[in-house]
Design a binder for this molecule. Structure first.
Ligand SMILES: [Zn+2]
Length: 121
């Protein structure tokens, strides 16, 4: 199980697992951008906790699910929302960068669906 991330400077994709070596200084492996400038020594440990917590949660949910089956249905939103709410939208932190990303997404959508504009006419 891996957690994907994107550099706030060069916008390249990486994995959280690539940042666990404290000797690397919690920096972008591509451009060297410091992800947690004041916390370079502790951030790798916190990242490791995030990954371990995700794995533990997934394992426990699967285990409980195998015991209960359809007799107990956990509310997905009450499990996922508290996690999703800790992850701010890109535009709230880096307006310029988010705009750039959105432009790329639009471009990608347009390229992927060339017939979309025609079908609307
Ligand atoms: Zn980078």
């Amino acid at each position: 199980m891996s957690i994907g991330a994107r550099c706030g400077s060069c916008a390249r994709e990486l994995l959280l697992g690539q940042l666990l070596q404290s000797s690397d200084g919690f920096r972008c492996p591509f451009c060297g951008f410091a992800f947690a400038p004041a916390y370079a020594t502790v951030a790798p440990g916190v990242a490791a906790r995030v990954m371990a917590a995700q794995a533990a949660l997934v394992t426990a949910l699967a285990e409980l699910g195998s015991m209960t089956g359809d007799r107990l249905r956990l509310d997905r939103t009450t499990i996922l929302d508290p996690i999703a709410n800790t992850l701010p939208e890109a535009e709230t932190k880096q307006p310029a960068l988010a705009r750039e990303h959105r432009a790329r997404w639009w471009a990608r959508d347009a390229a992927a669906q060339p017939t979309q504009t025609i079908s609307h006419r």
